[in-house]
Design a protein around this ligand. Structure first.
Ligand code: NDP
Length: 244
């Protein structure tokens, strides 16, 4: 059967980095429920058994990114929606923050996002369509103590998204940022309960978000209804980032 005779595949091809847990996993579920073809990456093997394609890919390893994209393209087609979500924290006061700890966070959160966006955009430019959504953080704007590396990486995503948004706008590709606040995932579980309570006190809505609430915002930015939104930062933080 020739390419032309083949039935068009349903939905869009979506790739979520860091889709094994937390916000990324909720995004995978959101897009599957939307009828899209969904692949996701994680550092270890992961299988959800729900029709999504799980791939081992560490975003700090360019050769693994290339291999993952090649697999997605072969099995699901070119990536039309990229959710760059993989991220880590390594919190410590800057006076104690060695270059290794600084670099690990920048390499994963910022440079990892650059790597996957660059790879995805090459195909999107040819398709004349595409959606890229970077997962930043309220921490990019409020700068919590102990998170200099994390805040720098997440603020860097905003600058990168805006530059990229201008570069690809003429091909109908949008590039946006979601900035979650405090979300109930493993990342928050790793913090001392006292610190979480203290941070909750900074949230006007007075609670943590669910991962599904973040995924809904990501899904919106990838939807037809958001076709005229690019270079935007959408806070999903219960009001935490708006200041007093
Ligand atoms: P989790 O720790 O629950 O999940 C992180 C995900 O990223 C996992 O799937 C993990 O996969 C993956 N990951 C980590 N490092 C790498 C890597 N080098 N290569 C590929 N995948 C990697 O975090 P959340 O779901 O809470 O966070 C998701 C994103 O949202 C992050 O970017 C985070 O900074 C951001 N965020 C989270 C907030 C929160 O309160 N939870 C608030 C604001 C932003 P695995 O370990 O299986 O490899």
């Amino acid at each position: 059967m020739s390419e032309e005779d083949r039935e068009p595949a349903p939905g869009r091809c979506v790739l979520v980095t860091g889709g094994s847990r937390g916000i990324g996993a909720a995004c995978v579920s959101w897009f599957l429920a939307n009828g899209d073809r969904v692949a996701y990456t994680a550092r270890g093997p992961a299988e959800r058994g729900d029709g999504s394609l799980g791939l081992v890919c560490d975003v700090t390893k360019p050769e693994q990114i290339e291999a993952a994209f090649a697999q997605v393209e072969e099995r699901l087609g070119p990536v039309e929606v990229l959710v760059s979500n993989a991220g880590i924290t390594r919190d410590t006061l800057i006076a104690r923050m060695g270059e290794e700890v600084w670099g690990e966070v920048i390499d994963t959160n910022l440079t990892g996002s650059y790597r996957v966006a660059r790879r995805a955009v090459t195909k999107m430019l040819r398709l004349h369509r595409g959606r890229i959504i970077f997962i930043s953080s309220v921490g990019a704007f409020v700068g919590l103590p102990g998170q200099a590396n994390y805040a720098a990486s997440k603020a860097g995503l905003v600058g990168m998204a805006r530059a990229l948004a201008r570069e690809v706008a003429s091909r109908s590709i949008t590039v946006n940022v979601v900035a979650p606040g405090l979300v109930a995932t493993d990342m928050i579980e790793a913090l001392a309960a006292e610190r979480v309570e203290q941070m909750k006190g900074l949230v006007p809505l007075g609670r943590t978000a669910t991962a599904e609430e973040i995924a809904a915002a990501v899904g919106f930015l990838a939807s037809d209804g958001a076709g005229y939104i690019t270079g935007a930062v959408l806070p999903v933080d219960g009001g935490m980032g708006m200041g007093l």
